[in-house]
Design a binder for this molecule. Structure first.
Ligand code: ZN
Ligand code: FE
Length: 239
């Protein structure tokens, strides 16, 4: 039942529609409203909640229109409350979000933005990290430091390895091209690169993926210390 529905939006965003029982669903990071309302209608789901991970417009752009159309409750990061349109409930690290059959733990992962949070549905085995963790990548450090990102990724990589990660962008191929320059000898990475290239050549998505894959192939998750993470992030920014 907790099978997330992936909705492509804008150029490379993924918005997630998460059914939580009795024909109801939550939306995670609606970049825009129209494709989300259309997908919910097609699936016969009514939207009860919006969950935002951070304030960037490609994550909250659909908030007001979806709220107006559905009357849903908007939940978002307390440390960015002033920048979340239509916010009803501000949450922070350690809070729990309950929606009928599903429960999420809120994890503070500030780095990409200073107040960024992630939603971890432990029982469902799902993680919505927004722009903190991508397949073979991590978010740019717009507001935080390498220290912050190291702390955030350390936190996420401690979750169960079979967790399915529903990130907010299809950045996988460019991330893979960078990752292979960092670890050219990594055989798991080479294999993943090949499968990602094949998928993208057919226009197929590469998200969600398992956290285990990141432990094996993501150069940011695999960075041994803050300095290594920072150097890799700077190199990726210039890649
Ligand atoms: Zn962002
Ligand atoms: Fe984004």
């Amino acid at each position: 039942m907790a099978e997330p529905i992936r909705i492509p939006a804008l150029s490379d965003n993924y918005v997630w529609l998460l059914p939580h029982g009795d024909g109801r669903a939550a939306v995670i990071d609606p970049a825009t409203a129209d494709p989300v309302l259309a997908a919910a209608g097609a699936a016969g789901l009514s939207i009860t909640h919006i969950l935002n991970t951070h304030w960037h417009p490609d994550h909250v752009g659909g908030n007001l229109a979806i709220k107006a159309a559905t009357g849903c409750t908007v939940i978002g990061p307390a440390r960015e409350a002033a920048r979340i349109p239509g916010l009803d409930l501000a949450v922070d690290d350690g809070d729990r979000v309950e929606m009928s059959s599903l429960v999420a733990d809120v994890l503070f992962v500030g780095a990409h933005t200073a107040g960024h949070i992630a939603y971890h549905f432990a029982e469902a085995g799902l993680l919505f990290p927004g722009d903190t963790l991508f397949a073979m990548g991590c978010g740019r450090l717009f507001e935080g430091t390498a220290d912050d990102m190291f702390a955030a990724l350390s936190r996420l990589k401690g979750l169960p390895a079979d967790t399915r990660v529903c990130c907010a962008h299809e950045y996988t191929l460019s991330n893979a091209r960078f990752a292979i320059t960092v670890e050219p000898e990594n055989r798991a990475l080479a294999a993943r690169m090949a499968s990602v290239e094949a998928a993208r050549a057919k226009g197929q998505p590469t998200v969600p993926f398992r956290l285990r894959e990141e432990l094996e192939t993501n150069p940011f998750v695999r960075a041994r210390d803050v300095e290594e993470l920072g150097a890799r992030r700077r190199a990726k920014d210039a890649f």
